[in-house]
Design a binder for this molecule. Sequence first.
Ligand SMILES: Nc1ncnc2c1ncn2[C@@H]1O[C@H](COP(=O)(O)OP(=O)(O)OP(=O)(O)O)[C@@H](O)[C@H]1O
Length: 263
Amino acid sequence: MITLERLSKVYAGEGQPALDNISLSVPDGAIYGILGRSGAGKSTLIRCLNLLERPTEGRIIMDGKEITTLTQRELRRHRQRTGMVFQHFNLIHARNVADNIAVPLEIAGQPRAARERRVAELLELVGLSDKAHAFPSQLSGGQKQRVGIARALAAHPSILLCDEATSALDPETTASVLALLADINRKLGLTIVLITHQLEVVKAICDHAALLEKGRLIESGPLADLLVNPGSRLRRALLPDREAEQAFLRRHGVEGMKLCEVA
Ligand SMILES: Nc1ncnc2c1ncn2[C@@H]1O[C@H](COP(=O)(O)OP(=O)(O)OP(=O)(O)O)[C@@H](O)[C@H]1O
């Protein structure tokens, strides 16, 4: 469980807070989508979760620990347990796929044989066993992101943070990367927090969502609750008309049922 309590971030020299008094909870095993337009504060929020940014005020509690008070040693461990997936993949171009995936294992000081075993497992999980020796320049965008996901999972993280992980991909590749994330969530029970400006991402895989606007939290919670609340902004955005609602129900294979029974 991750709990944000009255989290605020004001960058030095900025009058307007990038995050303004945000409180929300991410249950274990959730796929939690944080939606917002450019400048809403999404990147700041995700950077606070791995303490690349220090919040100005408030608390972040992960697995019962207040992470802003961790010692340097505990912080290194926390970062190892927090996998990160990036919009532009951040692969090392001079290393092949297997060696990119092995980076966190090398940092953790794992011996070669254990690294090779783990890399083989991960290649299988992301469907790239035949690309172990390929270099990033020889891969499609979707394949690069699969490598990014495998690398993020290498050190057995307890949470996966995805920073606009599908924003650089075409719709078809986006769908296959999202399906992979949903599969990993199911198979490993891994909590996934993703930030996105794409409503489709939330619609496709999230079970929880939050809407940020100019650093403020407009609403948050289980999608099931948001989608049955006629006053919800997320509901209006995700299901703008009857047709969209029916399409959503069709996609979930429950056409003919009322939304509140399935959402
Ligand atoms: N390092 C920084 N120094 C000063 N201001 C910053 C810094 N990083 C972000 N900001 C400001 O904080 C606010 C939130 O930015 P942030 O990048 O978190 O938003 P975002 O929702 O991720 O936007 P985008 O989708 O465009 O990446 C913006 O007003 C931005 O200009």
